[in-house]
Design a protein around this ligand. Structure first.
Ligand code: DGY
Length: 413
């Protein structure tokens, strides 16, 4: 097997292990049934998979259900559940129309009813009723995506501009109860930030929001600024939450997959949060340090990096991380670094991530490309396409953040 084939195998096995089906099944065991009706609302990139798992278990008990997920993420019909696809990472008209359907569903709720709320990352874009114009929301979302704000900063802003985020969806469901199962795609699993916490009390403050506006010089209307200064729900009383899955599980699954291939493996971190470029260079440095090993080694780093967009190219944080390792890897032997988003999408591309090895830099030179220029233009997608380094998985059905792996192969090759 080549290093690239090994990488693909590790990715496949790790992602399969973190599909939410089993987690949903376990979480549902602690759900108390209610006298009234049971409704299902599933939002996020893993919404279809979570809803399908729940519908199989609750077989016929669901009165009505709605799934909102990203384009290309619906894998079939779920009896009794309406499934919608919408825009991500920037909400679009389908987002607003599908969210309106959910709001209409909440208007039917009685005190004895229960909403099974299945939430996963991506929900911030996919579940939205904005309190500002849709044009301004789209503009602010694009500013936040480009400025290098991390996901907690982004969602601190997003939840204040929304009628469903920051605990407000829980308010719409009152007096009915919510049983929420949340698949975490944020380091540290902050429930109020995952998909902007529609059913969780907000821990951020107006001054946090204003500080973020100032830090990134965001351009806002007066109305948006006024909304940022307003209070969000600090207590939510009708929700019981089970948190399942996380980047930790993804790292453990990757470690297990590496070990099956004979790598001595170590999780370096499951809380990677820095510039993608820095993470790539750092992992390449680790690869260099261990070149004299006589054992096959794998180093695993999970989390979510950020990109400050400076160019006009196409790419994503995982592709950027992988390509940033190309320079350092050129000095290595039988060594590769790959980084992948468990949801199967990296930035606004059809790739899940990127793969580089000691030959990538040379392949780029042959194609007339310079690593630094490509990174400056944020055009990693096109460069990796030329070097055969794109990782394409398609929608995976899960979303528990990203994992990067260093492979140093010293046997079997
Ligand atoms: O939707 C979002 O806000 C991100 O995926 C984090 O959960």
């Amino acid at each position: 097997m080549t290093l690239r084939e090994e990488a693909d195998k590790i990715i496949k096995e790790a992602i399969t292990k973190v599909l939410p089906d089993e987690a949903v099944k376990q979480a549902l065991k602690s759900r108390k049934s209610v006298k009234g009706k049971l409704y299902l609302v599933a939002v996020g990139k893993a919404a279809w998979q979570m809803a399908n798992a729940a519908a199989n278990i609750l077989n016929g008990q669901i009165e009505k259900g709605i799934v909102i997920t990203k384009y290309g993420h619906i894998q079939g019909d779920i009896p009794g559940i309406e499934c919608f696809e919408a825009g991500h990472p920037v909400p679009d008209t389908n987002t607003f129309a599908a969210t309106q359907k959910v709001i209409e569903l909440t208007e039917e709720l009685q005190a004895d009813d229960q909403v099974l709320f299945l939430l996963s990352g991506g929900g911030s874009a996919l579940f939205e009723k904005p309190l500002i114009s849709t044009e301004e929301l789209s503009d602010i979302t694009k500013q936040l995506l480009a400025c290098g704000a991390d996901i907690v900063e982004m969602n601190t802003i997003r939840k204040r501009l929304s009628a469903v985020k920051g605990g407000k969806f829980a308010g719409l469901c009152e007096p009915a109860a919510i049983f929420a199962i949340v698949l975490s795609d944020i380091v540290g699993d902050p429930l109020d930030m995952i998909a902007s916490g529609p059913a969780y009390a907000d821990s951020s403050t107006a001054s946090d929001a204003i500080a973020i506006v100032e830090k990134y010089h965001l351009k806002l209307s007066e109305k948006a600024r006024t909304l940022l200064e307003m209070k969000t729900p600090k207590a939510v009383t009708n929700v019981e939450t089970r948190i399942t899955g996380s980047v930790r599980n993804l790292c453990l699954a990757a470690k297990e997959a590496c070990e099956k291939l004979g790598y001595e493996s170590m999780i370096l971190t499951d809380a990677l949060q820095c510039e993608a470029k820095e993470a790539g260079a750092f992992l390449a440095a680790i690869a260099k340090t261990h070149q004299n090993t006589d054992k096959s080694l794998a180093f695993i780093a999970g989390g979510e990096t950020i990109v400050h967009v400076t160019g006009k190219g196409l790419g994503g944080r995982n592709q950027e991380l992988a390509l940033s390792a190309a320079e350092g890897l050129a000095a290595c032997k039988n060594t590769a670094i790959f980084s992948v988003g468990s949801d199967g999408t990296d930035g606004p591309t059809d790739a899940a991530g990127g793969y580089c090895d000691e030959n990538t830099k040379e392949k780029m030179q042959q194609a007339g490309l310079d690593v630094y220029e490509v990174l400056k233009e944020n055009d990693t997608y096109h460069a990796l396409k030329k070097t055969g380094g794109l990782i394409i998985t398609g929608a995976t059905g899960t979303n528990v953040n990203d994992v990067a792996v260093v492979l140093i192969r010293r046997r079997f090759l």
